[in-house]
Write a protein that binds this ligand. Structure first.
Ligand code: R5P
Length: 288
């Protein structure tokens, strides 16, 4: 087996290679004056199982094109089996046509990856589990929630309450809470009058408790900022945010801190300074 590192995932690629105790290849990648990419893989791949690791975080389009070049090149260089590991899949949230005329971006991305040369596709905490069906090759979605939970268990949280940032994240919060042996809930938006909507934990009282808000992705931080404000008003002690994908666009991290979030804990599906949990063991376990 050979792990081929995409430029968006240098640390995760090294960690995956370490798990397998196998060779790590870092392809040569540079830009022509007109900004097109040049890519070259300087390794013998004939007959090998090539595991290409490339996140499609920002700049999404560049990282996606690089991923396709990598997959096509390793296949063309004679790899016997090609596994595409895309820990964060760009465009996953545009998985249907919300308004007439919209592009179903996830479907297009799935076609590109399926046709570029991969035999199988692995991702982590895709926005909607069932959307891996868009791929025409075997596609697997892994969850990092137990790994986040293991990390949280070392923080010695006081009477922790694990909350999904919204109903969509309720199941993720449950996964984290189960491993932690903690209570879980989610933040529910309820209309109490024609003009007024209130957001609050559906069941749990968070007063004087350490609260962890769980989500698959933190992008602008807007969802967590709103949640943190509410939880502070309700007397939560410390507020943590845990997610798989730290997109953290623009000033998201500063906004989260200003809203009273003590720490953001995330994985290396996107390599960021808050990526304290590695999904490498999860990926290694999924590849046989
Ligand atoms: C939405 O359904 C997702 O699970 C996240 O809650 C959302 O994408 C987070 O975005 P933002 O950080 O911009 O609020």
């Amino acid at each position: 087996m050979i792990v081929v590192s995409g430029s968006a995932s240098p640390k995760l690629s090294a960690r995956v290679a370490k798990q397998f105790k196998c060779q790590l290849v870092r392809p040569e990648l540079w830009r022509f004056p007109d900004s097109e990419f040049y890519l070259r893989i300087g390794a013998e791949l004939k007959g090998e199982h090539a595991v290409v690791v490339q996140s499609t975080c920002s700049p999404q389009n560049d990282n996606l094109v690089e991923l396709c070049f990598l997959l096509d090149a390793v296949r063309d260089l004679g790899a016997r089996r090609v596994t595409a590991v895309v820990p964060y899949l760009a465009y996953a949230r545009q998985d249907k046509r919300f308004k007439p005329g919209e592009a179903i971006s996830l479907r297009t991305v799935s076609k590109l990856i399926s046709n570029a040369g991969a035999d199988e596709f692995i991702t982590v905490d895709i926005h909607e589990e069932e959307t891996v069906r868009n791929f025409s090759i075997p596609a697997y979605n892994l969850t990092a929630m137990p790994l986040l939970s293991q990390y949280l268990s070392r923080l010695k949280l006081k009477d922790p309450a694990i909350l999904g940032a919204d109903q969509g994240a309720a199941e993720r919060a449950k996964r984290v809470a189960l491993e932690l042996g903690a209570e879980h809930d989610y933040l529910e938006k309820r209309r109490i009058s024609p003009e007024k909507v209130v957001t609050q934990p559906k069941r749990l009282d968070v007063a004087k408790r350490d609260v962890v808000i769980v989500d698959d992705i933190i992008s602008t931080g807007g969802t967590i900022v709103e949640a943190a404000k509410i939880l502070r008003r309700q007397g939560a002690r410390n507020i943590y945010a845990a997610c798989t994908h730290p997109v953290l666009a623009g000033k998201a991290l500063q906004r989260l801190r200003a809203a009273g979030v003590k720490r953001v804990i995330a994985t290396d599906t996107i390599e960021h300074k808050v990526s304290v949990v590695s999904v490498a063991p999860l990926i290694a376990k999924a590849i046989h």
